[in-house]
Design a protein around this ligand. Structure first.
Ligand SMILES: Nc1ncnc2c1ncn2[C@@H]1O[C@H](COP(=O)(O)OP(=O)(O)OP(=O)(O)O)[C@@H](O)[C@H]1O
Ligand SMILES: [Mg+2]
Length: 506
């Protein structure tokens, strides 16, 4: 059978790693001008599959056909030659080079043997304009936020004049505004005939952008359906069961204030931030990106300094800018940037899970290794961490499973006040529910949970109270009953400093 519109076909692909069958007979095809979504649980094999197309891995068995011809893709150069461009889950840019240098890395235009900077920067400018991002070709990549990094990656793909564009969870780190922008670019590329492979855990994006969906489970392709398939049907295909309740919050009895923050101020960043989180409570912090949410919780955790104000746990003040003091007092933080701050990538799952508990697991100066292993075993099981064993290096876990390890580490640490910054980013729908259930268990046991999330349904679904931040201030507080999407958004776009001035005048 020959299909002129078929760009790519994968048949019976298999790939094993020591102790893991990552791919076990995957079929997939991609047409010109379509967005083909790859859907599957954390560890199902999505990233591994696309790495077969980018030349990062070669299959153990199976065939890859490009334009109807069987092809071997053994290196990034092979992939590039076939005009396949990949935007990885983990970015691939070089932080110390400029934007233009990154876009043309290894292919810089030359003049008389010397890199033609002028031309390179002018060409980069054109590409950046095409993706609609305002960034100088001369800016260093290290200075860019994550959304702009993404856009630079896309500009780079455009420069390769890709026929096939692969995007591995491109929206995981974007705000809704940025997602819209990305979608507009993807739609234009589709109209130009590019075939796009799109990986996402956000089901609502599938109908909005996709044409076809291939569902993967345990390294196998288990079905191909149109993108218009109802969400609950997609979930059933993906996790093999349906999910009754997406936000299973069980309210616990509210106890005494465990975390008290008063007048917290860091000049130019956040101002006069005050709130309490009680035992048994989940308090959500909503707000637009840049509202200062991460900055506030990092200060509370002692990871960043502040200029004024205080942080108390059970009424006792905590020294500022002192992570050890915060941890000793029982505060834990699951950071937003798991790779940078949450994990030791070349250590095992067990070691990573034990990072915070090591001290409490020490008996008479000896580490209770057996106790630590049992605890690690239990939490990894509860969170459904997909791994070859506790000895597997965290670097080789799938993205979502790495996130589960960061959360598990703090769940094990006997934390009184757990701060979660974007806890379910990159987590599949089934595993999300597991994490929510663990939050329920924590609060039922008397802990306090403070949760930042840009996923509004999640904040609304899991919080007992919602604080909304805008421009570095708390713009308002809503009870679970009052907290609707509209009420939160109204506060999130308000201007709390001038509003306050105004009300003071009356
Ligand atoms: N280099 C490697 N060594 C060992 N195991 C690996 C390696 N790369 C991937 N794996 C394993 O292969 C399986 C599939 O991982 P993959 O990253 O493809 O999942 P995924 O579907 O992309 O998940 P996620 O949604 O969490 O990103 C996982 O069990 C993972 O631990
Ligand atoms: Mg992945």
């Amino acid at each position: 059978m020959s299909d002129a519109d078929e760009l790519l076909r994968i048949e019976g692909i298999r790939k094993t790693f020591p102790g893991v069958v990552a791919l076990d007979g995957v079929d997939f095809s991609l047409r010109r001008g379509e967005v083909h979504v790859l859907l599957g649980e954390n560890g199902a094999g999505k990233s591994t599959l696309i790495k077969m197309l980018s030349g990062a891995y070669t299959p153990d068995a199976g065939r890859i056909l490009v334009g109807g011809e069987e092809t071997r893709i053994q290196s990034a150069q092979d992939s590039e030659r076939l005009r396949i461009a990949t935007i990885y889950q983990e970015f691939n840019l070089v932080p110390d080079l400029t934007v233009a240098e990154n876009i043309f890395l290894g292919r810089q235009p030359r003049r008389f043997g010397v890199i033609d900077r002028k031309r390179m920067e002018a060409d980069a400018e054109v590409l950046l304009k095409r993706v609609g991002v305002h960034v100088s070709p001369r800016a260093r990549v290290r200075e860019l936020g994550i959304a702009r990094l993404q856009m630079v990656e896309i500009a780079k793909a455009l420069s390769l004049d890709a026929r096939v564009l692969i995007m591995d969870e491109p929206t995981a780190v974007l705000t809704s505004e940025e997602v819209e922008k990305l979608f507009a670019i993807v739609r234009t590329l589709r109209e130009d005939g590019v075939g796009i492979v799109f990986i996402t855990h956000h089901l609502e994006e599938i109908a909005a952008l996709g044409d076809r969906v291939t569902v993967m489970r345990d390294g196998k392709s288990v079905g191909q359906v149109p993108a218009s398939t109802p969400e609950d049907e997609l979930v059933r295909l993906m996790v093999g069961r349906s999910i009754e309740q997406q936000y299973p919050r069980e309210r616990a009895d509210r106890g005494t204030a465990l975390l008290t923050v008063e007048g917290l101020t860091r000049d130019g960043v956040f101002h006069d931030v005050g709130f309490e989180v009680h035992a048994g409570e989940v308090v959500g912090i909503a707000g637009l990106v840049g509202a200062g949410r991460t900055e506030v919780v990092r200060a509370v955790f002692g990871a960043d300094p502040y200029d004024k104000g205080s942080v108390k746990v059970s009424g006792a003040p905590i020294a500022k800018y002192d992570v050890n003091a915060a941890m000793t007092a029982g505060i834990g933080l699951v950071p937003e940037d798991r790779k940078g701050q949450g994990l030791v990538l070349d250590a095992s799952v067990e070691e990573n899970l034990g990072l915070v508990t090591l001290r409490s697991a020490t008996r008479a100066g000896l580490v209770d290794l057996k106790g630590q292993r049992e605890a690690a075993e239990r939490i990894a099981g509860q969170l459904g961490v997909r791994m070859a064993g506790l000895g597997q290096h965290v670097r080789t876990l799938s993205g979502g499973n790495q996130q589960k390890v960061v959360i598990g580490k703090w769940l094990l640490a006997d934390t009184k006040v757990l701060i979660l910054d974007e806890p379910t980013r990159g987590i599949d729908v089934g595993a999300k529910v597991e994490i929510y259930q663990l939050i329920n268990e924590l609060t039922a046991a008397g802990a306090a949970v403070l949760m930042i999330s840009s996923d509004l349904p999640e904040v609304l679904g899991m919080s007992d109270r919602v604080l909304v931040m805008a421009q570095g201030r708390i713009a308002g507080e809503l009870s679970a009953d009052e907290a609707t999407q509209d009420a939160v958004m109204a506060l999130a776009v308000s201007n709390p400093s001038t509003d306050k001035e105004a009300s003071r005048g009356h």
